[in-house]
Write a protein that binds this ligand. Sequence first.
Ligand code: MG
Length: 163
Amino acid sequence: MRIGHGYDLHRLEPLTPHGAGRPFVLGGVHVPHDRGPVGHSDGDALLHAVTDAILGAMGEPDIGQLFPDTDPAWAGKDSAHFLAEAVRRMRAAGLRVGNLDATVICERPKIGPVKSAIRSRLAALLGTAESSVNVKGKTHEKVDAVGEGRAIEVHVVALLVAA
Ligand code: MG
């Protein structure tokens, strides 16, 4: 078995045209919010961290190496595309997700109401059972950029096992 860790942070800004924020999307699920992630792709911090956890477990290049933010091909891209490539490499290596645990840290929006939708979406993207995927939401106690609602941070641990 192989274990991998993924981390991501995106700045949150008012939605365009008031700021550089894209529509708030997390784990492939759109969440209504007045701010959104700034990013070259769709800015889905959870999918980016999941992608890096899987790539990391296999010792593959990271998401930034595979999909550079200087490449116009990835501008505004649905991050499910990046995760699909990590999953493709995982399957090619004869591995599958044993289980995956994610911690999302942001002050707003609240993750609780969309947690099960995110879990279902992640399980579908990973081709695994929902019982193998866990998503936890936390705040940053109103301190620092994350606590002031100016950023979202995600940590993911993934265990890959023989398929
Ligand atoms: Mg990212």
